[in-house]
Design a protein around this ligand. Structure first.
Ligand SMILES: *Cc1c(COP(=O)(O)O)cnc(C)c1O
Length: 419
């Protein structure tokens, strides 16, 4: 049989597998306990924390999509991050990026404060970092690419090579792109982590996570810990997340097409200082993005002109962008990382990571992009960030009343060919 492509795996994994009734969709098993077949004879499942058939279909789907040997579904993305740290002892060094997800940063620094691991915070965009890591001989190198919220990339192949030279494992948080656009294991990464809350579930109605291991041995060790500390995901959450995965590829395509057009629009706006989107040629790692990703994703960040007051007015004056944390759902969200997602970081660390007061992050949804562009245009004209004296005719998003109800009036950006 031919090896199925990712979109097919996402749609078909577990379909038609029910042996009792021929249910096409994998059933939801809520039972917490399973009968023994006989004295001393266990069946495949015994207790819901340790194993659940619905959760297993999701885990197997994720493992196959990432190209790993085993997947573990966890209750939250942070539970997945925490699970990976169970591999470390107090003498082990964990290397993390200075601009990793705020919650991960808080967890890693808290574990270090309690003496549970040694921590080294680095900037992976600097060449000298790699030699420094080798000298440290860490047990685990953590990467997150593209990073949140500035969409900086980490060269996955280079990190894997560094890890080989010093005997470290590499874990990659792949939440921002999802397995539809990037598969770190293909580059030699040992462990992939997801907050399935984001693109994988995609409908902002489940908090969940997953860890995928390259090898069965590492997968078994992580699965043992997941059961041990009791962080495995709930069956109903797994069921919904699996339903979300069925449409992952079509959603991501639309997220990306909308994001690309919004990033291009923002780059031309006189009210915007900088735009951060790996699909733009102006992105310092655009070439790397084309090498290690199959697309550029749906997250766009930008610094507006002016100060925090302009940012506050802009953020609270949107029609089609909801002011909220999180990302990856079908609806567009807008957030202020400095006071929202990254509020848990020390102010100094936050500034070092480039998360200033005028930074705005958008999780671009799959609405009609004409509505999104028109909303941004109206908002800029009303708020006029940082330059109320500026003439406002420099940029024009399409007049929404004159556009049709689909986005066929936009020429697809060339990058869509990457699909
Ligand atoms: C959201 C997120 C997490 C944490 O996941 P939760 O599901 O919120 O616990 C970890 N990493 C990244 C990159 C995230 O965006």
């Amino acid at each position: 049989m031919n090896k199925a492509k990712k979109a097919t795996i996402a749609v078909r994994k577990g379909i038609e597998a029910d042996k009792h009734h021929g249910a096409v969709v994998p059933p939801l098993f809520l039972s917490t306990t399973y009968s023994f077949a006989d004295f001393d004879t266990k069946r495949a499942y015994d207790y819901g924390r340790s194993g659940n058939p619905t959760r297993d279909v999701l885990a197997e789907t994720l493992a196959e999509l990432e190209g790993g040997a085993k997947g573990i579904v966890t209750a939250t993305g942070m539970a997945a991050v925490h699970l990976v740290t169970q591999l470390l002892s107090s003498n082990d060094t964990l290397v993390i990026p200075h601009d990793c997800y705020g919650g991960s940063y808080r967890l890693f620094t808290s574990l270090e404060k309690r003496g549970l691991l040694k921590l080294k915070v680095v900037n992976f965009t600097l060449d000298k970092t790699f030699a420094e890591i080798e000298a440290l001989k860490p047990a685990l190198i953590w990467i997150e690419t593209p990073s949140n919220p500035l969409l900086r990339l980490t060269d996955i192949a280079k990190v894997v090579e560094t890890a080989k030279n010093c005997g470290a494992l590499v874990a990659a948080d792949n939440t921002f792109l999802s397995p539809a656009l990037q598969n770190p294991i293909e580059f030699g990464v040992d462990i992939v982590v997801h907050s399935t809350t984001k693109y994988i579930n995609g409908h902002s109605d489940v908090v969940g996570g997953a860890v995928i291991a390259k090898t069965a041995e590492l997968g078994e060790e992580l699965a043992w810990w997941a059961n041990n500390i009791g962080i495995t995901g709930a069956p109903f959450d797994s069921y919904l997340t699996l339903r979300g995965i069925r449409t992952l590829n079509v959603r991501i395509k639309q997220h990306e097409q909308n994001a690309f057009l919004i990033a291009e629009y923002l780059e031309r706006s006189p009210y915007v200082k900088s735009v951060y989107y790996p699909g733009l040629e102006s992105h310092p790692q655009h070439v790397l993005a084309k090498q290690q990703q199959r697309g550029f994703g749906g997250m766009v960040s930008f610094d507006i002109k002016g100060d925090i007051n302009d940012a506050a007015r802009f953020l609270t004056n949107c029609q089609h962008f909801t002011l909220a944390e999180s990302l990856g759902g079908v609806e567009s969200l807008i957030c202020h990382p400095a006071t929202m997602t990254h509020a848990g970081m020390e102010p100094k660390a936050r500034l070092e990571a480039g998360v200033g007061d005028t930074l705005i992050r958008i999780s671009v949804g799959i609405e009609d992009v004409n509505d999104l562009l028109a909303d941004l245009e109206r908002n800029f004209e009303q708020v006029r960030p940082g330059q109320s004296q500026l003439k406002s005719n420099a940029v024009k998003a399409p007049d929404n009343d004159k556009t049709s109800d689909n986005c066929a009036n936009f020429v697809s950006p060339a990058h869509i060919a990457l699909w």
